[in-house]
Write a protein that binds this ligand. Structure first.
Ligand code: M6R
Length: 589
């Protein structure tokens, strides 16, 4: 689970009549070192990487947490929203808490129920019913050494069925080294693992037994390995030509100038008659929606707007059965985006998903969806998923556009250009050394601006986020036209600006922005179209992307930004794949 970002880690293993628990602040490598000095043997255990929500990152707050007696050990992903109330009640009953976490309350509440109920699984079930919030939970009991109980509500949990061992985890990549045969548990599911067997039940419904279908994960274990690259981020940047091919595979219909999506077929009539679309996502996923927004209006003539997943429920926007909400998420587990889906359903809208992780919560909650098919994305910074997300939104816009009167020949022109994207990306990747040299030159700068217009507002914002999260440099993404409305007062020789200025309908305007920056001695790194040499006379550095349709330019412009972020991070010695304070899947609101 390391790749998802964490600040401390721990394990607890049942060994005959005791449970040994080791925890450490910081990296798993430190935990591993500590484990070598302990006796940790046994066939049943739990482990956890923590990303602090309640209480600072410390050994004391690291999971697993235990009850007063040391009989019960718990690890938890998510947030127990009513933990304070439960904790106050338990303290009154004499329970002693040692951490600042919400999770510890789980162990103590199970201990409390165990005073009356002797069956381990039943005590867990009784406790689970008292929690509000989101959780994926695993529980060990010293008195039941061969058993592990796990449950989910709102946070992901997957059961892996191996040959000689079973495993539960909140992410498929953690299961792949053991088995690719999995069961995606649903909210309200509890699973009891013991002696090589498992039993799934509903903890909300008196423990009613459930049957869940087994699925085979197609991703290979090797897909989540470095394969000779120094970092996952670089590996995933380099995988983009293939990722884009996989995104398009089997979906383009050149003869009809359109696109087909197997997952949307059952909803085609409803999609055709939509009168409004809201695109939601968080972070990078939301920036890709800025591409989708323009494309939907241009190709399908449908009003579209982008919203943060987190804000959707708080807006009284007119969303109804004639609207669709498209949720974009690599992990499919982002809590803010999930909330938007639930709200859209409440208001009667059709919910669609663009998701990479198969079987993830978003994939399962939307009415219909499209998978990216780009394989696991391990680095916290989203790269190959983001270019695929932008492409899928353009493909969806074409699919809708063709149903609503856009001509076959227009569609054919766009498809032809889409098919060239993987080769275009390969060309850009060849300029990695040039970008590496730029990173060396600018590595000491603590502030940057990143500008773009129209389709490439997305590139400016996404580039800014990528640089920020990977290199810890402060970068402000700005719509280029806004520069003169305030931010320009910051421009001087120490503040470099990246300007995404391909030869498109707003090129001349972008050129003026570059002139305005240069007139104030600001260094400029321009990203423009191959063959356009005129920016070399004004900009301090020029990076090139191959010629394509205006709509597709962000997919290419993202790439030099990703490489710049990567090489700046390496130059500045940051933790490239797991930047500080960040998690890969943000499963809390
Ligand atoms: O898994 P998701 O696509 O829903 O994640 C959304 C954001 O948390 C994510 O894009 C985040 O901004 C990345 N760290 C950006 O690189």
């Amino acid at each position: 689970m390391e790749y998802r970002g964490y600040d401390s880690a721990g394990v607890a293993i049942v060994s005959e009549d005791t449970i040994n628990c080791v925890r450490a602040k910081g990296k798993v490598a430190l935990l591993k070192e500590k484990c070598l000095t302990e006796t940790l043997t046994g066939a049943v255990g739990i482990g956890h990487t923590r990303w602090a929500t309640h209480g600072e990152p410390s050994e004391k707050n690291a999971h697993p947490h235990k009850d007063c007696t040391g009989d019960i050990f718990v690890a938890h992903n998510g947030i127990i929203e009513n933990f304070q109330k439960l904790k106050d009640q338990l303290v009154k009953k004499g329970h002693r808490f040692v951490s600042e976490t919400d999770t510890e309350v789980v162990a103590h509440l199970i201990e409390e129920y165990a005073k009356k109920e002797k069956d381990f699984a039943k005590t867990v079930r009784l406790a689970l019913k008292d929690f509000h919030g989101a959780f994926g939970i695993v529980v060990l009991s010293k008195k039941n050494p061969g058993t592990l109980v796990a449950a989910r509500f709102g946070s992901p949990l997957i059961l892996g069925i191996g040959k000689e061992e079973n495993v539960v985890a909140s992410d498929a990549t953690a299961i792949l080294p053991i088995t690719n045969s999995v069961i995606y548990l649903n909210d309200g599911d509890m699973v009891t693992l013991s002696g090589g067997s498992y039993e799934i039940s509903n903890f909300k419904n008196g423990g009613e037994k459930l049957h869940r279908t087994t699925t085979t994960i197609e991703w290979t274990n090797g897909a989540a390995e470095l394969g000779g690259f120094p970092h996952f981020m670089l590996k995933e940047i380099m995988e983009q030509p293939q990722a884009l091919r996989d995104t398009m595979r089997g979906r383009l219909v050149p003869s009809e100038g359109t696109v087909k999506f197997g997952g949307l077929e059952a909803f085609e009539n409803r999609i055709r008659s939509l009168d409004h679309i809201t695109l939601v996502g968080m972070g990078t996923a939301r920036f890709t929606c800025l591409v989708g927004e323009y494309a939907l209006e241009e190709l399908a003539g449908i009003p579209a707007k982008v919203e943060l997943g987190s804000e959707f429920a708080y807006r009284s926007s007119a969303v109804n059965e004639k609207s669709a909400l498209i949720a974009v998420s690599q992990s499919g587990e982002t809590a803010d985006t999930l909330n938007a889906i639930r709200e859209a359903k409440r208001r009667g809208a059709l919910t669609l998903g663009i998701v990479n992780v198969i079987g993830s919560s978003i994939a399962r909650e939307v009415d219909a969806g499209i998978y990216n098919h780009v394989g696991p994305e391990v680095a916290v910074a989203s790269t190959k998923a983001s270019t695929s997300q932008a492409l899928l939104q353009i493909m969806f816009a074409l699919y809708l556009g063709r149903m609503r009167g856009r001509s076959k020949s227009d569609g054919q022109v766009l498809i032809k250009e889409m098919q060239k994207l993987p080769a275009h990306v390969e060309r850009i990747l060849k300029s990695a050394d040039k970008i590496k040299a730029l990173a060396k030159k600018y590595k000491k700068c603590e502030n940057f601006f990143s500008l773009g217009r129209k389709y490439n507002v997305a590139s400016a914002f996404e580039g800014a986020l990528k640089l920020k999260e990977c290199s810890y440099i402060h970068v402000e993404g700005i719509n280029a036209t806004e520069l003169k409305h305030g931010p320009i007062s910051l421009i001087d020789k120490n503040l470099p600006t990246i300007v995404v200025a391909p030869k498109d309908s707003v090129y001349e305007k972008n050129k003026s922005s570059i002139q305005e920056i240069k007139a104030r001695k600001g260094p400029v790194i321009a990203i423009t179209t191959e063959g356009n040499k005129e920016l070399e006379k004004v900009a301090d550095a020029v990076l090139y992307i191959p010629k394509t349709l205006e709509m597709l330019t962000p997919i290419l412009a993202f790439i030099p930004m990703q490489l710049l972020a990567y090489y700046l991070a390496v130059e500045r010695g940051t933790d490239v794949d797991k930047p500080r304070n960040l998690a890969k899947s943000v499963t809390v609101e």
